[in-house]
Design a protein around this ligand. Sequence first.
Ligand code: M6R
Length: 606
Amino acid sequence: MCGIIARIGDDDSAVDELITGLENLEYRGYDSAGVAIKNGGGPEVFKRQGKISRLKDVLAGEVPDGGLGIGHTRWSTHGPPTDENAHPHTDCTGEVAVVHNGIIENYDELRSELASRGHEFESDTDTEVIPHLVEEELARGASPELAFRRTIRKLSGSYAVAMITERDHAVYATRRGSPLVLGVSDGEYFLASDVPAFLDFTEEVIYLDDGDVVVVRSDDYEISTLDGQTVERSVSTVEWDPEDAGKGGYDHYMLKEIHEQPTALRQTLRGRADGTTGEVHLEDFPAGSFEQVERVQFVACGTSYHAGLVGAGFLSGGGVPAQTFLASEYATSPAPVDEDTLVVGVTQSGETADTLSALRKANASGARTLAVTNVVGSTAARECDDALFIRAGPEIGVAATKTFSSQVVSLSLLAERIARDVTGSPTEESRERLAALDELPGQVQQILDYSNAQKIAKQYRDSDAYFFIGRGTVFPVALEGALKFKEISYEHAEGFAAGELKHGPLALVTPKTPIFAVFTGENDEKTLGNVKEAEARGAPIVAVASEDHEEVAQHADHVLTIPETHPDVAGVLANVQLQLLSYHAADLLGRPIDKPRNLAKSVTVE
Ligand code: M6R
C-alpha cells in the first residue's frame, strides 16, 4: 500500500521530518520513495526506486531547505517500480507536485485527453494525470485551491491525494476510499496515510472523512466538502506505543491484515467486475485474450495452492478443463503441456522458488504462462508472459490472510474471462456469482464486526487435535483452515474432504478433537452426514454456515456464522471466520503470530 506524508511549517525541517515520516510508513511495504520540497520557488522533486536509504543518499548531496513538502512510499500498481514511476509527480511546467494513494479508474481516458492537448507524461502511473489537470486549471486562471477542487471532481476511483504548488505555501489534500489523517502540532501540521507517520512529532490527530478537502497552511487548516462547505472534525489524542504504531493499533500484523480484507477486496474488484451487467474487465485481458486456451494448469504452494484449487473449480464449472498442482510436484507431473496450455502461477510474493521453477518448466514446454501475484515487480510477474495483480496491498505477517481472499476473487474473475473466451457468453450462474462478489467486502466486514471465533478458540484450547472438513468449493477452505491453524498455533490440525473422514481419519476422532465443518448451501446434506459420523464418536462440532441453517445448527455445538451468499463465494467468508479462529487460538497460547518458528514470508529455496 502506498504511503503519503506531508509537512507544513515555517522552519526548515521539512526534509528531515518527511524522511522520518516515510521511514515510519515502511511497514506498509513499498518499492520506491520520493519527496517534493518547496523553498520559495517551485517544488523540487527527489525520488528513487528501492529503499528509502537510496533516497537519503540522493538527498545527502543537496539537502534542500524548506518548511513545506510532500513525500510518498510507492507500492506499484500501474507500471513497474522505477525512478520515473515513483511519486511525487509533476505537471509539464514543474509548478505542481502531487502524491497519491489508491487507483484512478478513469486515468486512461484522462491521459488520452491530456495527451491530445499536448501534455507530456514521464511515467506509467495513473497519478500523473492529476498534476496535468491542475496545470490546465491554473492556466485558465483558477487559484490553486479551485484548480485542485476542479481536478478532483474529474477523478473516479479511490484516492488520497496531497498537492503543493509554486504559487503558495499550502498543502491541498483530499480522500475518497483511501485513508488520510491530519496531524496537528505547535507551528506545524502533517498529513499522512496513517498516524505512525507523524507520531514522532505529534499525538494530536484529526481523522478525515471520505470527501473531505483540507487546505493546510503553516498557521491554520480548513476542512470542507468538495463543494466548499466547511465541516468540523474533532481532534483526538493518540496513545499508542510507538513500537506498535505500525500495526495501526492491532496487536499483530496478522490481525490487522485480517481486518484489512474489506478494503483489499474492494481494491481487487475495483473497475474489474460489474455485478449488474455481468461484465468483466481485466485490464490486460480484453475479450478474446484466451480464445486459444484448451486447458489451464495452476501451480502454487501453501495458501496459494489452496486458492489455485478454488480457481480450478471455477474453471471446470465454467466448462474449461483445469487442474491445480503443488508447484514442487509439477516437475514430475505427466500432465500434458503444449502451446494451448495456460499455466497460471499463483503466488502472493511472486518469489517462491518452487512456483518459479514450475513456471519455468511450463515455459520451456511451450505453454503460455500467467502470474497471479500481489507484487508488481516480482520475478513471477517479470518472467511470465502475462500478469494479473491481486491488489491486496502488502502483507507482512507470515501467515497469508488477505492475499488468499484477493487471490480467490482474482481467480474467479480470471476464470470468468477464460470461460467466456473459450465457451461463449456469460451464464446466469456467472452473473449471480459476480453479483455476490459485489457484496463480498461488506459481508467480510460484518463477520469482522460480530465474529465469535475468539470465544470458540478459548472453549477448545485444550484439545488433542483440530480437524477441518469441507466439500466441493470449500474442500480447499478446509485445507486452508488447517494450514493456518497449525502454522501459527503449533497445534496439530488437518484438513480433509468431508467425505474422506470415514476412509481413515475417523479413527483419530474423539471427544478431544473438535471438527470444524464448512457449509456453503450446496451439498450440505452430505457434509451433514459426515458431521453425524464424527458426532457419534463424541467429537465437538463447530459448523461454519449461514445464520439460518437450522439443520446444521441442530447438529453443531457452535456455529461460526457467515452471511448468506452464492455457494462459490461462501468459502471466502468461511475462511475469514477460520482465520480469526486460528489467530485467537495462537494468541491464547502466546505464539509469535507474525513470525512463526521455522517459516519465512517468502520461500526462495526449492
Ligand atoms: O508467496 P507465495 O504465495 O508463493 O507463498 C506460498 C506459500 O509459501 C505461502 O502461501 C505459505 O503457505 C503461507 N505462509 C501460509 O500462510
